[in-house]
Write a protein that binds this ligand. Structure first.
Ligand code: 0CJ
Ligand code: F3S
Length: 322
């Protein structure tokens, strides 16, 4: 007699997966591959996901770490995370045909930082040191910039004039941790200017809210996404903050039978750079072991869409050059 697979309820977070900035950035690479006959180079992973990068590589895109690796005459695409002024200037000097796929919400943070610097304020960037978005944002601001990652650093960051400072944030931070860091800054520098947690983007906020709701009901949580993806890691932390073991699933093989052992209700979500196919692969894997009931738990609807990156100027520039 065959033994029936035990039941497992999967709480599927919504919203999850691709945000509007990721959709736009990937489409910029696809459009460039379709509409130009030049080689298409992308500086940095267009978004932090190996599956997305491999797919675009198969279609002809070449990913590099630095602008200096891009040959003259090629199309150069900047990733969704944004770049510094130095990178922009180097591309200009080299005469590269640039498509800037920086997320408009990251760009907004750049402009905010530049505005504070023009007003003579020192700018504190709350974010992860060494992360590509933080490198781009700090490199967009002419003036004194400090990066801080924690409440401890908020309490010790050395500033020249406490009456002339401002802060901005990376877009993909933990909402809760950032709120605490901002509170510490405000307490120490009552005159500080800054936007509350608003510059953490809508997609990051919504995915954190959704994973918290499923984590309240699930015993464990699976988060699809890459290990180098900041927003994906933050989703794991939110679930762990609710006392639930969380597994970051970069590839279906990361999901092992032992993770679901004895579990009746599991949560499933995906970072903003993780394709939905990964979520479907997680479900297929779980279905090999268990009889699934899948319940989508939606905490909000997302209507945000961005206009595509405009290729028309690039296409006419290339046509003139050839
Ligand atoms: O910084 C961004 C514009 C977010 C892009 C989408 O997510 P991802 O994983 O590529 O980047 P993070 O590491 O910043 O979350
Ligand atoms: Fe933009 Fe936020 Fe996505 S900054 S790329 S909408 S994660």
């Amino acid at each position: 007699m065959t033994q029936e697979r035990p039941a497992l309820t999967v709480l599927l977070a919504a919203p999850r997966g691709f945000c509007a900035g990721v959709e736009r950035a990937i489409r910029a690479v696809e459009d460039a591959l379709e509409r130009t006959d030049r080689p298409v180079y992308v500086r940095h992973e267009i978004v932090h996901n190996g599956r997305v990068v491999k797919d675009l590589e198969r279609r002809g895109a070449v990913f590099v770490d630095e602008i200096s690796e891009i040959p003259d005459g090629a199309v150069a695409i900047f990733s969704a995370h944004g770049v510094s002024r130095a990178v922009e200037r180097e591309a200009e000097k080299r005469g590269l045909a640039v498509l800037d796929a920086t997320c408009p919400l990251v760009r907004r943070v750049h402009l905010e930082g530049q505005r504070h610097a023009r007003a003579g304020r020192e700018v504190i960037v709350i974010g992860h040191r060494g992360h590509v978005e933080v490198e781009g944002t700090t490199g967009q601001i002419d003036g004194t910039v400090h990066v801080i990652e924690s409440v401890a650093e908020a309490l010790t960051v050395p500033v020249q004039d406490p009456d002339r400072i401002a802060y901005i944030t990376q877009t993909t931070l933990s909402v809760d941790d950032t709120r605490e860091i901002i509170a510490a800054l405000r307490k120490r520098f009552p005159a500080i200017q800054g936007p509350d947690t608003k510059t953490i983007c809508y997609a990051t906020q919504n995915r954190q809210m959704a994973v918290r709701v499923i984590a309240e009901r699930a015993e464990r949580v699976i988060v699809c996404g890459a290990r180098n993806s900041s927003n994906t890691n933050r989703l794991c932390e939110v679930a762990q903050g609710e006392g639930r073991p969380a597994l970051l699933m970069q590839d279906p093989s990361d999901l092992t039978l032992s993770f679901v052992d004895g579990v009746a209700v599991i949560g499933l979500t995906a970072g903003a750079s993780a394709p939905e196919e990964l979520v479907q692969e997680a479900l297929a894997r779980l279905a090999q072991w268990r009889r699934l009931t899948v319940e989508e738990v939606r905490v909000t609807h997302e209507g945000t869409q961005f206009a595509p990156v405009d290729l028309s100027r690039l296409v006419s520039q290339l046509a003139k050059a050839s």
